[in-house]
Design a protein around this ligand. Structure first.
Ligand SMILES: *Cc1c(COP(=O)(O)O)cnc(C)c1O
Length: 307
């Protein structure tokens, strides 16, 4: 049985009014661990559990780690999460609450990731946060649902970090005969690794990342995302951190749901100008969710945001 829930697809009056077009929301923020990640991570964990793996390991202190801890608890498989020292207490607490064996190691993510990889024995499964075909096909289930829940949209809007969600949604569009539905990919300007890949025609590594949207902060997207950017109709849109944060605050007012700036980025495409949506009159937005930012934190970032 799947570990994710079927999420509502609702019409949004406030966002439709703001965007001047019909906007529908796929509410992944309602997934029990707080984001769409459980779709792919849950599917991958189920496959590994069936194959007899006795422990799940990852190096994400964010929503992927939380989804994995949730999946492990549901499946009765122990979970080890290695996070770097700069991981906020709030995230550590959430992982411990979910029952993960939490290890803190290294100043930066790649050091935590190296330790995580070194722990992987023959009976363990390592779960990558965005670069894994099992993950993509799990994420694609959100399109399978949308196909049952309503008409074909004129475009799908979603946020891109490492490109796992994008790769999964495109797989879902293609496996449901919605291959011609364009995807509008949204990133913050300080973490635009997908826009860079799209321009270069191949995945490229950014020198620096500068964004409060931690879940979008991947220096390089997965190769599959770069490949699908060539095969599928895609339009890229960039927003500032300030726009993403503002969108989080407005969305809380409009729909009473608190989401991360990573998700606020996609919502900002509807609250603000978005040339990529020209001539699209029915938009489906993946409200990807995320639990790593409190309202106080969002307000504090907003007060500091430069643009
Ligand atoms: C992981 C995540 C993203 C980005 O997803 P990718 O698969 O890395 O592109 C966006 N928003 C939230 C809330 C996430 O957890």
């Amino acid at each position: 049985m799947a570990l994710h829930i079927e999420t509502p697809l609702i019409h949004s009056h406030p966002l439709s009014a703001a965007a001047g077009r019909r906007v529908r929301l796929k509410l992944e923020a309602l997934q029990p661990p707080g984001s769409f990640k459980i779709r792919g991570v849950g599917a991958a964990c189920e496959v590994h559990a069936r194959a007899g793996k006795r422990r799940f390991i990852c190096s994400s202190g964010g929503n992927a780690g939380l989804a994995m801890a949730f999946a492990g608890r549901q499946l009765g498989v122990p979970v080890t999460v290695v996070v770097p020292e700069n991981t906020p207490e709030r995230a550590r607490e959430a992982l411990r609450r979910e029952g993960a064996d939490l290890r803190v190691h290294g100043a930066a993510w790649h050091e935590a990731n190296e330790l995580a990889l070194s722990l992987v024995g023959p009976e363990d499964a390592f779960i990558h946060p965005f670069d894994d075909p099992l993950l993509w096909s799990g994420h694609a289930s959100l399109v399978d649902e949308a196909v049952r829940q309503g008409p074909r949209p004129g475009a799908v809007v979603l946020s891109v970090g490492g490109g796992g969600l994008f790769s999964g949604v495109v797989e879902g569009l293609r496996r449901n005969g919605w291959d011609d539905v364009p995807v509008v990919t949204v990133e913050t300007r300080g973490a635009a690794s997908f826009a860079a890949a799209r321009e270069a025609g191949t995945a490229v590594t950014l020198d620096t990342l500068a964004t409060c949207a931690g879940s979008l902060a991947a220096r390089r997207v997965c190769d599959r995302a770069a490949e699908l950017a060539r095969l599928h109709p895609v339009r890229s849109h960039l927003v500032s951190d300030r726009e993403a944060l503002q969108a989080c605050e407005r969305f809380l007012d409009d729909h009473r749901l608190l989401v991360e700036p990573a998700c606020g980025a996609a919502l900002a495409a509807l609250y603000g100008e978005c040339p990529a949506l020209e001539e699209v009159d029915d938009v489906l937005v993946v409200v990807c969710g995320g639990v790593t930012a409190s309202l106080e934190q969002i307000r504090a970032w907003h007060a500091q945001a430069a643009d």
